[in-house]
Write a protein that binds this ligand. Structure first.
Ligand SMILES: Nc1nc2c(c(=O)[nH]1)N[C@H]1C(S)=C(S)[C@@H](COP(=O)(O)OP(=O)(O)OC[C@H]3O[C@@H](n4cnc5c(N)ncnc54)[C@H](O)[C@@H]3O)O[C@H]1N2
Ligand code: MOO
Length: 396
């Protein structure tokens, strides 16, 4: 059995970003940009008015009354402004050549068909100069940036229609177990809680579920399901059937598919039987069936794997933070515990309560958790002692 830190290192070293491809701007948010982007045009592309008012030449307009010669609205291509006059202009409209300031309409007086201007007008007043936000050819986004709606607006303004990004991995979720039921419980059956948990965790984390399946504990059914899902999914996440029982068939199914096991069994609690394998370029992550084991395994292994495939730098560098314990807690076992924990407000800062639990089937404890707390083997701590904790959910 390997240490969880070693398991994460092995997984990290096999997880490379998926090959980049072009997507339309509106589909690019949340993706990692694979190539730097330069502006195709400057912004603004021409000098434009920042206020509704009058375009004037300086210094001639200062303190003078001038005739209004023409009007410029947003979208117009105005003629030059001759000396001795002004132009009515609206916000976003191109400032006519020759005009060097825009005076807001609140600051003028209309007298006898002319426009009287204040004595103090400075060159450039209320004009957004050509290229003042960015110039044509300027690098606007570097490779590696995680694209936000504001980035996409910026790149749209710069004339981009498509962007080269790392795609998000296509993920399939498979619940294994002949005991799983949907509608009605007969003796021996339980409701499937892993599928809704993993599906929603994926969505919350910015990944879509490309396919889902449920299979009984039968080798041929499991193999068929995995084979068909691997044809379309980059990562297949299974739950159950990964431990040592006669009906724990995932390891055998992976072997018969020619999978290369990255690790199987990790010295952690919950989550010990977890398996990671590669089948060609595709990944199978076999999470244990116990729901809290599946939750912890998803958070610790699946999420960084998916992020790494999606091109996120540092996907495996999780922000584990030392937080003071709210009360005493110990780990007398041999495995590293990743315990559901809850962040509490405290006068001296944040504190973390490691939630009492009945074990890796205790979804009631897990449902209260905001964090996972890491208790190394043999750890014994009192209130105020620090443990490493990481946020359980980090929507992106
Ligand atoms: N002799 C041993 N037995 C077990 C060991 C061991 O080392 N030696 N490890 C234990 C540990 S630790 C875990 S964790 C479990 C994991 O076993 P599997 O991954 O093979 O999972 P299953 O046996 O299929 O199921 C375990 C448990 O979870 C329930 N389950 C399964 N799927 C779902 C689902 N979709 N929704 C809700 N609950 C689910 C299932 O009914 C079982 O109760 O093995 C221990 N055994
Ligand atoms: O490792 Mo299992 O997940 O403890 O119950």
């Amino acid at each position: 059995m390997i240490h969880p830190d070693h398991a994460l290192e092995l997984l990290a070293s096999t997880a490379k970003p998926l090959p980049a491809r072009a997507v339309s701007l509106s589909r690019a948010a949340g993706h990692v940009l694979a190539q730097e982007v330069r502006a195709r045009v400057s912004f603004p592309p021409a000098p434009v008015a920042a206020m509704d008012g009058y375009a004037v030449r300086l210094p001639e307009a200062c303190g003078q009354a001038l005739p209004m010669l023409f009007t410029v609205a947003a979208g117009d291509d105005p003629p030059p402004l001759p000396a001795g006059g002004c132009a009515r202009i609206f916000t976003g409209a191109v400032v006519p050549e020759g005009a060097t300031a825009v005076v807001a309409q609140e600051d003028v007086e209309l007298v006898g068909g002319q426009v009287r201007f204040p004595a103090q007008i400075s060159p450039g007043d209320n004009i957004r100069q050509k290229g003042e936000v960015f110039a044509q050819g300027e690098v606007l986004a570097e490779a590696g940036v995680v694209l936000t709606p504001a980035h996409l607006a910026l790149l749209a303004a710069a004339g981009k229609k498509r962007l080269v990004v790392h795609p998000k991995p296509r993920v399939a979720v498979v619940a294994t177990g002949s005991e799983l039921a949907d509608e009605k419980l007969t003796r021996g059956k339980i409701f499937d809680s892993n599928t809704p948990m993993l599906e929603s965790f994926l969505l919350l984390s910015g990944f879509a579920v490309a396919a889902k399946a449920r299979v009984p504990d039968q080798l041929d059914a499991l193999q068929k399901t995995l084979t068909s899902l691997l044809a379309h999914a980059d990562v297949v996440i299974t739950t159950g059937g990964v431990s040592v029982g006669d009906l724990d068939l995932l390891p055998q199914a992976v072997q018969e598919l020619g999978g290369e096991v990255i690790f199987h069994k990790v010295a952690m609690q919950p989550g010990k039987p977890v398996l990671a394998a590669k089948v060609g370029e595709r990944f199978i992550l076999g999470l244990p069936g116990n729901p809290v084991s599946a939750l912890v395994g998803f958070r610790l292994f699946a999420l960084p794997l998916l992020r790494a495939l999606a091109g996120f730098a540092q996907a495996f560098h999780e922000p584990w933070t030392p937080l003071p314990l709210a009360g005493p807690v110990s780990n007398r076992g041999q495995r590293v515990q990743f315990r559901p924990a809850r962040e509490l407000p405290s006068e001296t800062g944040k504190a973390v309560e490691v939630l009492p639990w009945k074990g890796s089937h205790d979804l009631k404890a897990a449902a209260q958790a905001t964090h996972l707390a890491r208790l190394d083997a043999g750890f014994a701590g009192q209130a105020g002692d620090r443990v490493l904790a990481v946020e359980l959910y980090r929507p992106r």
